[in-house]
Ligand binder design. Structure first.
Ligand code: NCD
Length: 359
């Protein structure tokens, strides 16, 4: 049984197979109707969502499966104090596949440990958003042909954006060059930088402003300020004004480049760009349906997925608590801290739930 909690749960080869399946599903959607007949998808959304939940529901419906779930956590027993582990055990009796979005980093991993059916992470706090990462890679490959040697600029709130974290790891795995463009205080977290270096040998270039690097970029990926996750004391209004992509800045970009955004946008991407042929963000969100159809069919074992999973990282129990205050290990008592060794010389360890660096 396979879960999809971070991009590292699938090998590059498996991702490519899923993309080939997504191509077929996009081209001939009717052929795939009936593929998930009798299958039930649970959508457990403890945080707001439009695209992710609806595209999963659309995807399972197109395959003739059904979806059940909730979008308001106050209507579930979690509001009565039920743990993630018990919720996972229960829901696994009602569904063949679980999608979950939750505000604690590492929560989807805990759910996967207790559910007897595959679990797909639809966003766990500020940690990762691997299905968005898949869709982003797929959309880049569709427009640019491949990712290898392309220069991908990720611009905006890189610190708190889980979509940016998954994207950076995906781009590094497929041989792209990364440029991180973030205002002060919103730079990519150290755990992502460390993973990029130790697991994939990638050291991103950094820039303060998009206008400094725009002419070099093949992909301009913008994301919004993750206002719901900012610590207290940050001046939201001035942080929000710190970056914006508009048509004046785009005048210096390559004609072959593309603009991406996981959406929703606030004011970091102006509406005047929507008519620009380089704007790919609505295409990106539309790709959410075939990519998620292909992922579900693969995880349910309905289409042969050649197993070439990357080697497991060494995971060990760890008495030292994770220092991330939003990590699931500090939220529910039965969850033991675990860590993963990225390098033994020098010793580099990360929390195996939220990936925060351990001392
Ligand atoms: C993203 C998320 O929830 O992390 N949304 C999405 O799924 N497309 C990005 C965001 O909310 O900014």
């Amino acid at each position: 049984m396979r879960d999809f909690i971070t991009l590292d749960d699938l090998s590059n080869f498996e991702i490519e197979q899923i993309f080939r399946l997504a191509d077929q599903m996009k081209e001939q959607p009717a052929t795939w109707a009936g593929f998930c007949k009798g299958k039930i998808l649970a959508t457990l959304f403890f945080e707001p969502s439009t695209r992710t939940r609806l595209s999963f529901e659309s995807a399972i419906s197109r395959l003739d499966g059904r979806a059940l779930g909730f979008t308001d956590p106050t209507s579930s027993s979690i509001a009565k104090g039920e743990t993630i582990a018990d919720t996972a055990r229960m829901v696994a009796n009602y569904a063949d596949l679980i999608t979950v979005r939750h505000n604690w980093a590492g929560s989807a991993r805990v759910m996967a440990e207790y559910a007897q059916v595959p679990v797909i992470n639809c966003g766990d706090g500020g940690h990762s958003h691997p299905t968005q990462g898949l869709i982003d890679l797929y959309t880049m490959i569709k427009r640019q042909g491949n990712i290898q040697k392309k220069t991908i600029g990720i611009c905006g709130d890189l610190r708190y954006s889980r979509a940016a974290h998954s994207l950076a790891i995906g781009v590094a795995r497929f041989g792209g060059q990364l440029v991180h463009i973030a205002p002060s205080g919103f730079q990519m977290p150290e755990w992502v930088i460390t993973k990029l270096k130790h697991l994939y040998g990638v050291e991103p270039t950094k820039a303060d402003r998009i206008s400094d690097v725009i002419g070099n970029l093949d992909v301009i990926y913008v994301n919004r300020l993750q206002a719901e996750r900012l610590p207290p004391g940050i001046d939201l209004q001035s942080a929000q004004k710190a970056y914006q992509l508009n048509s004046t800045i785009m005048e210096s970009a390559k004609s072959s480049s593309m603009i991406m955004h996981p959406l929703p946008r606030v004011n970091e991407l102006t509406y005047e760009l929507d008519g620009d042929p380089r704007a790919a963000y609505f295409e990106q969100s539309a790709n959410g349906v075939p990519v998620r159809m292909a992922l579900m069919v693969s995880l349910l074992g309905l289409e042969h997925l050649v197993l070439t999973k990357p080697p497991e990282q060494e995971i060990m129990e760890d008495l030292q608590q994770c220092k991330n205050p939003n990590c699931v290990t500090g939220k529910e008592d039965y969850i033991l801290s675990k860590s993963e060794v990225l390098s033994s010389q020098p010793m580099v360890r990360i929390c195996s739930y939220c990936n925060e660096l351990k001392d």
